[in-house]
Ligand binder design. Sequence first.
Ligand code: ADP
Ligand code: MG
Ligand code: MG
Length: 889
Amino acid sequence: QKFVYDFTEGNKDLKDLLGGKGANLAEMTNLGLPVPPGFTITTEACKTYLESGSEPAELRDEVSAHLDALERKMGKKLGQADNPLLVSVRSGAKFSMPGMMDTVLNIGLSDASVAGLAAQADNERFAWDSYRRLIQMFGKTVLGVDGELFEDALDEAKAAKKVASDTDLDAADLKKLVATFKEIVKAATGRDFPQDPREQMDLAIKAVFDSWNGDRAKLYRRQERIPHDLGTAVNVCSMVFGNLGPDSGTGVAFTRDPASGHQGVYGDYLQNAQGEDVVAGIRNTVPLAELESIDKKSYDQLMQIMETLETHYKDLCDIEFTIERGQLWMLQTRVGKRTAGAAFRIATQLVDQGLIDEAEALQRVNGAQLAQLMFPKFDENAKVEQIGRGIAASPGAAVGKAVFDSYTAVKWSRSGEKVILIRRETNPDDLDGMIAAEGILTSRGGKTSHAAVVARGMGKTCVCGAEELEVDTKRRRMTTTSGVVVEEGDVVSIDGSTGKVYLGEVPVVPSPVVEYFEGRMHAGADDADELVQAVHRIMAYADRVRRLRVRANADNAEDASRARRFGAQGIGLCRTEHMFLGERRQYVERLILADTDEEREASLKALLPLQKQDFVELFEAMDGLPVTVRLLDPPLHEFLPDITELSVRVALAEARKEPHENDLRLLQAVHRLHEQNPMLGLRGVRLGLVIPGLFTMQVRAIAEAAAQRIDAKGDPRAEIMIPLVGTVQELELVREEAEQVIAEVQAQTGVELKLALGTMIELPRAAVTAGQIAEAAEFFSFGTNDLTQTVWGFSRDDVEASFFTAYLEKGIFGVSPFETIDKDGVGALVRSAVQAGRATRPDIKLGVCGEHGGDPESVHFFHEVGLDYVSCSPFRIPVARLEAGRAAA
Ligand code: ADP
Ligand code: MG
Ligand code: MG
């Protein structure tokens, strides 16, 4: 096993082994771009180290060999007194984890070599500046010294000299600062700052390994669902210097705008600085375009390289670069993060440029991004009080109470408050606050600042660099230039698409993408924005290739019509229990209370025309498309009043000697129907078999509604679905009765009816005996909510609050099985039931209804096991269409 790869040995496809940064440094090296030489220690080495607690023995030798080679190539030795080679030790996991892991620059500097560096560069100030940076970074990230101690000392040095910028400190000041920094290290750790360059390097490598298991890194991985066992690679890269003077500098850039996708020059540049300075927002950067007038040659070269990278990666890339005395060096590139809107635009732009095809375009976007684009925006016509404007870093409209620290953000959001986290700038310590907040607002930093990068990654609204806002975290308030004071708890609204900040709550309106799906905006129209056009095109690609059909869960004509506008190809689940609420509840009550057949029949008779009318409307809204109607499913007591309320009412009436005959009967019924485990009790098909006339009334309503629609020249395609079947006998009994009713309706109306009858597969027994059940079912709809409950033995209503958090934290599952289908367990049952069902009845129709039908990952699974359709709530339909297309492309 080889643990170390030279940059010339790797390539971009080795991310598992070399991490993203290492793989891309190798790729750029092999593209012939100017990358400072170096090597990458593999993630395997990290894993071995983390498992055994010490580095593998071969690692040390391999590192030595690669260091030797590097030293020979560079013509200097690591930390050599008169002519030192300096390196950076950089973390880099497979997935980028902004700010999570630690990087140390200028390794190899010591009391001995600092003079050598000064001589090499003919610049004493630079050498001491580099040394103080090394002690600062190394002290903080490797030795665990509180970083503020260094920052305070730096501030003191500036204050003593009455200067604002660290560039105003001269060699002598920095030399003094180095001495102070060394004292800080000694005081905090009880040891001297290590002077041996190889020891510095080895300690830094270990620190990178260890940072994989740091709390922040773990939290980020949980958030982003990155597995915990990947490990990080470590890159050792020879240093180039952006802090050598005004002809040097460092910057970051995107090959196109990560917010809009537009091509152009996007980035920030900072003269006379080292890499970290740009991101940290220590000094104000200039827009990248200004580099053209600062250093035309490097600028032109950079533009050329960016074009090379885009054509090579066929995607938006972000890059880090440094200019050392007019010589440009590439320090990092990766396929860049982008907003949801930009993802859609860039995908279609790249198709137009001929760089990718439609199938690839589908892989460049995803359902989560589409869902994000369907979020509402602020109402443009609302009266607003704008109090500031920053950079639109991550889109969305967020409203919440101002909080100024992460702790409060978490605390308030736990108690149900919506909060906006306001900071001067964020750092990795703010992560839990950022997660808890509706949105993030900072007064400093650009599009590449920590807040912006992390918020975009989380899909959270963010406005950064709102400079006219003076954020005072100590006093928990912010002041605007015009003197408005926002205290903790005051409501603010931030617009991540425009960068505007408002005082108070701004009303929100639907997104243009939803307007488009609703048919209120046409992609072809002149005023349709680029985003809508891009979404329109991508949806067309998806619809063209997908095999899964997408239906809606809808119980009324209004939802059905909306679903249809959103692209639904029918209704996969109409829950009839929703038709028994409101004023109809009284009939259900009477049905439940009925002592005699007459009473029962009377209430069923009252319900029949109401049900029928519901179905007429539904079939009309879905004319020509299938509508699956599920017969009554929930336990009856759900239709009865709350037991405590009712008891109180009865007791009061008794005390007051008022009549309470009816309530008393109700109370008795509630007691009679009470079940310990209602989800496993008298519900679904069991109701139909136990309460005479209930299911036949529903079937009659469906049949009569269908007949009426046919009479009106409509095309109703009703499918009758029996819930909670465990054995084929249950289904056969219901089927016999249903067929009889349908025959009666046909005879009465003279209309020929074709009604399909099928069942839900939502009990393990049904899944296991699916082959038998298919004898009596023309279709299966997998009810994966109940199936998950019954396969795992989880009560969905209880587990999320009780132990799921612990399970997620312990990594027993990465995501709730109610959110994404558990492929190995529940999924395996679905898979075998699909096969068994088709074996019995080759033309059986197979679908899924329930939350999983609109979950991206689950949709891919349902495609793979060969279902015919998924059904989900109307709003998720575009997401399901897109994901079905992505699964098939
Ligand atoms: P991160 O993953 O946090 O971006 P990096 O490893 O990319 O960490 O390094 C942090 C900063 O230091 C970046 O701006 C990077 O460009 C700069 N940097 C890293 N290695 C070198 C080097 N060898 N020479 C000059 N600058 C470097
Ligand atoms: Mg970087
Ligand atoms: Mg169910």
